[in-house]
Design a protein around this ligand. Sequence first.
Ligand code: SF4
Length: 142
Amino acid sequence: MPGKDIICILCPRGCRIKIDYNVDNSSVSNITGYGCQKGLDYGLEELHNPSRIITTTVRVKNGELPLLPVKTERGIPKDLIFPVMKEISNIEVEAPVRIGQIIKRNLLNTGIDLIAGRDILKYNGDEFPDKKKKGAEAPVIE
Ligand code: SF4
């Protein structure tokens, strides 16, 4: 009977989850090693639909910093990670940007949005605007 060993990454305990499954109908016959319900759910998700949250940066135009940290709001299916990374690498956003702002909706038709990880102020030549009066959000890239 085939099996899969998975290290749970949800907390520092790092439980080693072992899943045995039937090849014919891919149903799980035995699962051991998890320390909590979240880990059990994680193990089953990793078996059937493995995904990862992407954290990276995009370029910023006219900002106080040249790069904006971003992350996907949910996990991207593992087989789409490289195509999604390629799509993200083409994004350039105009400052100002607010933390939590949607930078790109529906990455590669996954239904998952790309979210800003921090504020970026607009840089006007040699003067920053007053931090308390942040400007309007940059437009979402559709
Ligand atoms: S199974 Fe539960 S206790 Fe074990 S690493 Fe995952 S989250 Fe932590």
